[in-house]
Design a protein. Structure first.
Length: 383
């Protein structure tokens, strides 16, 4: 086992790996980062683990069987290609790639090498999501007429100083596409895509994306957005998210049917189905790394194979094409804290996003005074 991108979010992966190394399920043989590897008391570096600054040198010398890649999104494709052609299987952080062309290239590499690629949408391993999907496919909600998600988080100024690509759309001529929709809240609408996939029996094919994007800082990407995805089959999907919240909404997936509504609070695995007195925790998550190891050992199906993320990548490409986010300011925002802890919030944004998710609507369709008309981008089918 090796980790490329051992700092930052890579430390979370190291904490997942640590007990598996201790139990003998795997052996951590290498860590790679362009900076000195940060110590972590919950994931000490085992004796004999190689530390490298270049992933190609690591692949030559350590020859791992499985590699976690947790590097900036615009570096994923070349590193993933090197990992797969070296003969290793891959756990690739989300977003896996940033365009349909890159997705097809990586798909071709997988076919040529015969290796496996799991994508880091860890919430897809949730037993609560499995139960929600079962309720939907068994007709407990009746015919599904809409799927939506709402999440309201806060990110301080320090978040946008965490890396040279943070808050950026392009770095050195390559798409990066950090932002609320593409990065921290990507799990929210990927859950929605998973529910739609269960309804139609295959990953959906987006045909139209309607998008409103906003920002409260001089960044190049969105920190607040509403988005509606229409597909060739399946119900419409609406995402209403912010990193400039007044309060906190963990993240909910809302499925509306003719016979009732289901709500999954996906970060906590709390699920409410029609007829339930309230939300209940559904315990159990299958870790993506353990699932990948089981896939290698006994052929267990991957939870988040690259093919399952094709609709996500299609929508991500549309977001990349969309106009720059509208800057919000003046009396519309409030500021608290200072320095790296400075937080900017949009007045009334939590309630507005909640209303959008409940109605399956965009902010501009709800007459929110600061909302702008959406960009409407049709998805052209690729041959």
């Amino acid at each position: 086992m090796a980790v490329v991108g051992a700092n930052g979010h890579g430390r979370w992966h190291r904490r997942v790996i640590a007990p598996l190394h201790a139990s003998g399920r795997l052996e951590l043989v290498a860590l790679v980062d362009v900076r000195a590897v940060e110590p972590d008391p919950d994931a000490p570096v085992p004796a004999g683990t190689g530390v490298f600054t270049d992933h190609r040198e690591m692949l030559r010398r350590a020859r791992p069987d499985v590699v976690v890649v947790c590097t900036p999104p615009h570096t994923h494709l070349p590193i993933a290609r090197d990992v797969l052609t070296s003969g290793a299987d891959l756990l690739l952080e989300k977003p896996p790639v940033l365009s349909r062309a890159e997705h097809e290239t990586l798909t071709d590499v997988l076919a040529e090498t015969g290796r496996a690629c799991q994508v880091g949408f860890q919430a897809l391993g949730s037993a609560a999501l499995t139960r929600l999907v079962a309720a939907v496919t068994q007709g407990r909600l009746g015919a599904v007429v809409g799927i939506s998600t709402v999440a309201a988080w806060q990110r301080a100024d320090g978040y946008y100083a965490r890396a040279p690509w943070a808050g950026r759309r392009v770095v050195a001529g390559r798409p990066v596409l950090d932002g609320a929709l593409a990065n921290p809240l990507a799990h929210a609408w990927m859950q929605c895509l998973a529910v739609a996939e269960a309804i139609v029996g295959r990953p959906v094919t987006p045909t139209l994306v309607e998008l409103e994007r906003y920002r409260v800082r001089p960044i190049e990407v969105d920190d607040t957005a509403t988005m509606r995805v229409t597909s060739r089959s399946g119900p419409p999907i609406v995402a209403a998210v912010t990193l400039a919240a007044e309060g906190f909404v963990r993240g909910e997936v809302i499925v509306d049917g003719t016979a009732g509504q289901a709500v999954l609070e996906y970060p906590t695995d709390r699920l409410r189905l029609p007829g339930d007195p309230g939300a209940q925790v559904v315990p159990g998550r299958v870790g993506l790394l353990e699932n990948l190891l089981d896939h290698r050992a006994v052929g267990a199906p991957l939870i988040a194979p690259l093919a399952r993320t094709a609709p996500f990548t299609t929508v991500l490409e549309v977001i990349q094409q969309a106009p720059e986010p509208t800057l919000l300011g003046g009396d519309l925002v409030t500021v608290s804290g200072s320095g790296a802890d400075r937080v900017v919030s949009v007045r009334g944004v939590d309630a507005a996003l909640r209303a959008a998710a409940e109605a399956g609507a965009l902010l501009s369709e709800l007459a929110v005074p600061w909302a702008v008309p959406p960009a409407r981008i049709e998805v052209v089918a690729k041959d």
